[in-house]
Design a protein around this ligand. Sequence first.
Ligand code: PMP
Length: 407
Amino acid sequence: MSNSIKDQFPVFRQNADEKPIVYLDSAATSQRPESVIKAVDDFYYKHNANPHRGSYQLGIEATEAYENARLKVASFINAKDPSCVIFTRNTTESMNLIAYSYGMNFIKEGDRVVITILEHHSNMIPWQQVCRAKGAKLDYIYADKGGIISDEEIEAKITDGVKLVAATHVSNVLGIKTPIEKIIKRAHEVGAVAAVDAAQSSPHIKLDVEALDADFLAFSGHKLYSPLGVGVLWGKRELLDKMPPFLTGGDMIDSVREQDATWAELPNKFEAGTQNAGGAVGLAAAIDWIESVGFDKIEAVEREIYDYAWAKLKEVPHLTVYGSDKGEHYGAIAFNVDDVHPHDVATILDADGVCIRSGHHCAQPLMGHIGTSSCCRASFAVYNTKEDVDALCASLLKVRKWLGFED
Ligand code: PMP
């Protein structure tokens, strides 16, 4: 199956004498289409200045490029108020912003914070820190071994006394979608605030903050075909308005006196210091690119690849695939080869140009929960093909042979 989408990504255009790259690590970071790389280049070639600073023409152009990127992000996630879109470095910074600005100020002793066992460390450790500092309790919504969260578990864990629920939309290990809509609804029923980690869903699922009715939502540009170093936090205005700044310094103030200061309006209150305007421009170009492909096509192409990969991997001998056959999956499949450390698997696959991730995937409690300390993960984006999956499976068949196992 040829994939004209893949042709738009320069990294896949090898010379005849070069080994093709079979890139199956898009959950770590996606590749970038040429249009994104060119948009970033264009910004630095022609429009670069420090946004919100210079009143000269170039400064105005840089400000416009940066603020247009915010408008683009707002429309991409269906946020009615673009000033509630805050640029950060990544999901990790967005989650820390919520934890340090909202959590440290509005979570009190005896309150409960609830997250799921599927969380990436970046939506776990900030809440551990908040709970430790405030004397609050951190509770977990558990999934079954296949990654499925039941309605009963949501109801049992999100009860009176819970003040904040933070959950991933899609697991970065199992690729399974959580029942995020039910989690948010239940959080609101008990009067809690709901934060969504959309790092792994944003490339695969059309995000709509209005429909989700989340209070906060975070994602990283670099998993979404954009440059490294730009991320997004969206929040409801009534929450963002009452939260103090996370970082302080230039461009986030209204006025400064010797001993104190007042804060700028949103979004500047949360954007201290010089921002990654080139990254924001790249994110806007990535959104243009995604919209030119369309989520209908993205979902259809990825569904076909994912289902094909799931079936093919299940046929590989001596392979344990983690996660339930049931449930909605996006992007990632986790597995282990019997008797072989995941790092060895990844190294052997690399000899064939197959790029997968191995390790604990920044989700150590989930690893323990599914009964392993580490695993391999193949992850897919819209540029992948069935040939990529075939190459993965062919390479996996070699692993145990390389290491001298008889079968
Ligand atoms: N949450 C999830 C679900 C993730 O997969 C990741 C990245 N692997 C993050 C958060 C953190 O993203 P970043 O490293 O871009 O901050």
